[in-house]
Design a protein around this ligand. Structure first.
Ligand code: 4AD
Ligand code: MG
Length: 428
């Protein structure tokens, strides 16, 4: 008997095949049992007709429970009744493993219950669609950089330095020293771009975020390109081309998943260059006009990002924030501004990219390190990059989970990563 994946069913019309799958739902009426099967690649219905199977098999089909694993042998029939276009006329059903009292039933469950059962919740149609879109986003990221002359350079996870401020560091014992889990691979990519011109790293980042918001995880994934001889404006060009590419790849390759998630696809189709670019000063003006009184000189939080994003139907790039709200490594631009950019997703999904041009002047950088109370000694290697042929360079970091949330239309990042780590969640 030919054993196949459900996804390949179209190649076997009117042939006998064997499927190995889980039962996710069932309906019965008299002489018929309709078994809804899923094997991870797709879903299909198997019809068990009393006249076609042995009494034992008909009995098994009657008793079989949700999420039991089974083997179904039968003939592939074309039908308009199902999304996949085929169903199976069963001749035999075998039990692989019985599932008892599966906790996630087709009724509604609250988010806490579902998060406690995340290892099982992943099997649902919606969660599987999110996993597939996440995969497509990551593939598009890799393709984009690989096709544009970048080299993947892995950054370490244990680091001696803070990159994004000392308040969100996870500290760990490293023999006789203290080490931190990496908040960002950026500083290492700055070293790498001086070696190979265009570098990117892709990996997990860790931040002890003490606020419970719908946009913050303590462990998230970030891709960080860094390019030598690049300024802030070229950096924005790169970010824009990159984000357009990812979104359009998802639109082209994940239509089915987006439909399952009931995402408004036309909003994503519209994500084409150019994206609006506004200065921090212009962003402040927008906020004040909308009745938000964030004083000039303060950083934006989630509420401000949402208000600004309402003005645009594409991602908006806010550039040149005041120096004092940004990390030590930014290049100083005119008027005590940082040569930085944040890209805010439309529809209130928040900041997806943070980046900018780096300070290449060793004395200005040293002054910044001291001003922010960081140790010059732990950054000696980083300062070396400014000693030996320093050049203008720039890059950015894109957060994968916020991008998944935006493209899938999810209100909370907890569903964007297979096993989320939040302030109050370490399990499963
Ligand atoms: O703006 P951030 O902090 O920038 C950096 O880390 C730079 N070193 C990147 C660089 O220039 N190479 O973080 C970049 C992005 C944010 O825009 C956001 O999408 C995501 O990372 N991010 C988080 N995502 C989920 N949970 C968190 N706690 C996040 N913190 C940042
Ligand atoms: Mg940021």
């Amino acid at each position: 008997m030919k054993k196949i994946w459900i996804n390949d069913i179209k190649n076997y019309e009117n042939q006998q095949v064997t499927l190995q799958a889980w039962l996710y739902n069932k309906r019965s009426s008299g002489k018929l049992h309709f078994l809804q099967l899923r094997d991870g690649t797709a879903e299909i219905q198997a019809i068990v007709f009393k006249g076609n199977v042995s009494p034992e098999v008909f009995e098994l089909a009657d008793k079989i429970t949700q999420e039991s694993s089974i083997e179904v042998t039968g003939t592939v029939k074309k039908t308009d009744r199902s999304k996949i276009g085929f169903e199976i006329d069963a001749a035999d059903v075998k039990l692989i493993c019985c599932s008892e009292d599966y906790p996630i039933t087709p009724k509604e469950h609250g988010p806490h219950f579902l998060m406690e059962h995340r290892h099982l919740w992943l099997r649902s149609l919606k969660q599987k669609s999110i996993l597939r879109i996440r995969h497509r986003i990551i593939k598009s990221i890799r393709d984009f950089f690989d096709n544009n002359g970048f080299t993947l350079v892995d950054a370490p996870i244990f680091t001696p330095n803070a990159c994004e401020g000392s308040t969100t560091l996870f500290e760990t014992d490293y023999f006789d020293q203290k080490a931190y889990l990496s908040q960002s691979g950026q500083l290492y990519m700055e070293a790498a771009c001086a070696a190979i011109g265009k570098a990117y790293c892709f990996g997990p980042a860790f931040r002890a975020e003490k606020s419970k918001t719908r946009r913050h995880l303590t462990e998230f994934w970030m891709v960080e390109p860094e390019v030598a001889f690049m300024d802030i404006f070229e950096d924005m060009d790169l970010a824009e081309e990159f984000v357009e590419y990812i979104v359009q790849q998802v639109v082209q390759n994940c239509r089915n998943e987006l439909e399952i998630l009931e995402r408004d696809i036309s909003k994503l189709e519209n994500i084409k260059r150019p994206f609006p670019r506004i200065s921090y000063d212009e962003a402040i003006e927008i906020l004040h006009k909308k009745g938000n009184n964030t004083p000039w000189g303060e950083d934006f939080g989630g509420d401000e990002e949402t208000l600004i994003s309402e003005e645009f139907d594409k991602p908006v790039m806010i550039h040149h924030y005041p120096m004092n709200v940004k990390a030590f490594y930014f290049k100083q631009a005119e008027g005590n501004k940082a040569a930085c950019v944040d890209m805010i997703a439309p529809e209130g999904y928040g900041e997806i990219i943070g980046g900018g041009q780096r300070e290449e002047d060793i004395n200005k950088l040293k002054a910044k390190i001291n001003e922010q109370g960081l140790s010059e000694q732990t950054f000696d290697w980083y300062l070396d990059l400014r000693k030996y042929g320093s050049v203008p360079h720039a890059g950015f970091g894109l957060g994968i989970e916020r991008t998944v949330a935006w493209l899938c239309g999810l209100s909370h990042v907890r569903e964007t990563i297979p096993f989320p780590r939040l302030m109050d969640r370490l399990k499963p």
